[in-house]
Design a protein around this ligand. Sequence first.
Ligand code: BES
Ligand code: MN
Ligand code: ZN
Length: 504
Amino acid sequence: MIKQKIQNKEKKMRILFNDSVDEDVKTWILPIFADNKFGTDAEELDKKSNGLIRKAVDSSTFEGKFKEKLELRTVSGTGLDNIILIGIGSKSELDSNKAEEVGSLIEKTLNELRIEDAAVFLNGVRDFGDNIADGAYLYSHRFDKYRTKQSDKDKPSLDELSFVCKNSKDVEEKFDILKKIAGGVFFARDLTAEPPNVLYPESYAKRVKEMFKGTKAKVEILSEKKMMKLGMGSLLGVGQGSAKDSQLVVVNYQGNPDKSEKPVALVGKGITFDTGGISLKPPAGMDMMKWDMGGSAAVIGAMKAIVDRGAKANVVCVLALAENMPSSNAQRPGDIVTSMSGQTIEVLNTDAEGRLVLADAMTYVQKFHDPKIIIDAATLTGAILVALGHEYGGLFSNNNVLANQLVKSGEAVKDRLWQMPMCTAWDKQVDSEIADMKNIGGKYAGSATAAAFLERFVENDTPWAHLDIAGMAWSDTEKPVSRKGATGYGVRLLNKFIEDNFEG
Ligand code: BES
Ligand code: MN
Ligand code: ZN
């Protein structure tokens, strides 16, 4: 196979924290509250400019409303090139998510103005300084590695963004943790954005192995041969039509001082490309199906965040990786496969493949890791897009305590979830006439019948939640802290969920 050569060197912004501003930095950013228009930083600067800044603000319509901007160029007396006032809104309404948005706005503004370095004055907003930096950092992530003809002026201009406040070390320490979590988000975004000729099950597994090298987490990769021995007929049927070997990747991290504590299991759907198989998808938009591994990216990105920040929890992550292709060897509608659980499945639509790979991954993790909780993430159904669009992931669970915990953690980091109902009528719909179940339900409630199918692979009523993130892994529009493209949705949610509930 031809090795793809990548030429474009991506530019990465550096983030620094300082107690005082470096004199070479000629662009200053002043966050301004709506309540008092002028913060201490602005006040001081205003003196330097002989009141010119205040004058400019007073004569403008700038009110310090959330994400409002006022750009002042070459204010005499200051020796600066730019002073940019950024509205924070009312002080009482500021929270971490709004602070992130302010950060992403700063990154965007500076690149639009082609500025290379700038200082953000944090004294008025010090409590949220780490979140502002995090927003800028999250938003600075791009996927430009294949754009070999990108000229310097098409690349982001911003090299260095420094955050200035008293005792900046404290803010920096808080940011260091957020930076590790962002590293997990970036890993998920990069995996999701990779084209399917580059990212296929084996190359994906290799990347995971590389990523966790030298960490406390152990990576195990199961080939088709190994999965065959384990009887994973459901997963293997999906990859059967592909020239690529399917893979099961298991990442085990024991961060809890008590190693015997049962782990939380994170299971991800990793279809590196979903053509639909013999139940072939229509051509329009089929390229989007490269991100049908978004669920696996979410869980492995969360795992990276959890491992890198040294979470005191035991977490095991399983990625079910396969490519769903039509071929003379592909599985047919009507085939009956035997899953690792022993249950048989009539495959009536080869495009309902996500549940098939997840089923065996769930059985595997229960057999070998005895988890106390199972959470799966998957770009599972188009129907969840009809229901929730691009704003909420769909949450299905057999346990309301778990569901509420997930909703809460999601809300906190704005990876939002909406709980969907489960009921026995939907479970009945996946009964088959000639096997234990079939892989599709009726015409309606496609996300719910998919969840009902998955629930059949949960043993002993283990608390389980299924996140259908088909509308969230990728976005055609800008999000608060991500550009068009892969969002890394789910990484911060799952990391927060572990932090909130399993670290003492
Ligand atoms: N990967 C798709 C789901 C999907 C659709 C994700 C659109 C993102 C955007 C999944 O494998 C699929 O094809 N699901 C089918 C299930 C149906 C055949 C029961 C669907 O949703 O149409
Ligand atoms: Mn499909
Ligand atoms: Zn799919």
